[in-house]
Design a protein around this ligand. Sequence first.
Ligand SMILES: Nc1ncnc2c1ncn2[C@@H]1O[C@H](COP(=O)(O)OP(=O)(O)OP(=O)(O)O)[C@@H](O)[C@H]1O
Ligand SMILES: [Mg+2]
Length: 401
Amino acid sequence: MLEDCWNEDPELRWEARCMCHRFSNPTTARVQGMPCVIGALRPVGFSVQLDHLQVDDCPKYLAKSLGFALKEHPIHKQHNLNFEIQKEGVEALLEVFDKVLEYRPFDPLISKQFRQLCGRSELVPASYFISRERISTVGEHPVASGGFGDVWKGIYEGRHVAIKALRVYKRDDMRKVKRIFYKEVTMWKRFSHPNIVPFLGVTDAPAPLSMVLQWMSNGDIRHYVRRHLEADRLQLMLDICHGLQVLHTHNVVHGDLKGANILINNSGWACLIDFGLSSIASLSCTESSAHGPCGSFRWTAPELMRITESQHARPTKESDIYALAMVAIEVFTGLIPFESCKADPAVMLKVINGERPARPTEAAKLGLTDDLWDLIQSAWAQDAQHRPPVETIIDFLLRVT
Ligand SMILES: Nc1ncnc2c1ncn2[C@@H]1O[C@H](COP(=O)(O)OP(=O)(O)OP(=O)(O)O)[C@@H](O)[C@H]1O
Ligand SMILES: [Mg+2]
């Protein structure tokens, strides 16, 4: 500890407050009823580096020690970790991760390994879990249902929330879904941005895997523009782009961008939901699971549809940009893309052959100018490399709003 205090890098020197804390808390102290990280993880290599860590150490110090330990002993190489036997230690370790990520939400090494630990252990830090006693559903039935779950209205801490209860069809898939669920949802909670719907936590009712989100009383964007003809479409597009930009900046691909996954808050701002969950969606769909989330074909880029070569094609930032262009059609028309074509397979064929929605001429008065139409066309280019990054679209919209 003293060596750290004269570290070259001022960032890595101890804060006086944390030193006081450390002096007054011997390393054997129990943290929130759990032994400090060493106890249960001693059998595995990296506990050697973690044996002095306590959850209530200062975040700067925790981040440094954790980063150091994970470099030496990455989670994915921890084959000795038996999450059932060492549950207590893993829980303590998750609390350490949680505290570090609050301090540095997007540290690439720590966030990657945190997601791996959540996925492999099927556990989340205590701050992510909302017990069923603290939350209740409103009404007898879900208010909506989508590709991979039912959405219930609920009440939590006196406020309305949405509870998205995952539907899992095949019993064999449960474990896989659970792992992906814990791995992916933990990321959402770290995004605190006006154009991203706040993620409040996970719970185990009404379905064992349920997510709790802030309730968005104005519903999804397509229905919103149909009800609010006066809505500023360019501003809504800008909101969506800002939400997408923050994801892309942190190398998170949305993977299921479409009007139904863009909700409008009380102030009329567009906010994104359901990012990073496309892998759960494809697991829990009964058919066509290899081609992106079911029900989202109209927003799926052609490179993700090539059945023979790309069984494992994953969404990318470029496929998000393609979906964004399709969302623009929804925002300017209030209709889904290729609205007149009723069958999804027919839409797929059109897209693979390079066909795109026709220009909605009546949308000119809503701000769909020639320049914006050109930009939309480049955003759904057949060749993913020709699509502009979201920043280019933001620059354009900022000039015209
Ligand atoms: N936080 C929320 N607040 C209010 N309504 C919500 C919320 N989350 C979802 N909904 C409603 O539930 C509907 C269905 O959402 P859901 O995500 O389950 O399905 P989807 O978006 O159509 O498909 P996918 O499973 O591919 O995401 C949304 O369109 C929206 O109307
Ligand atoms: Mg959705």
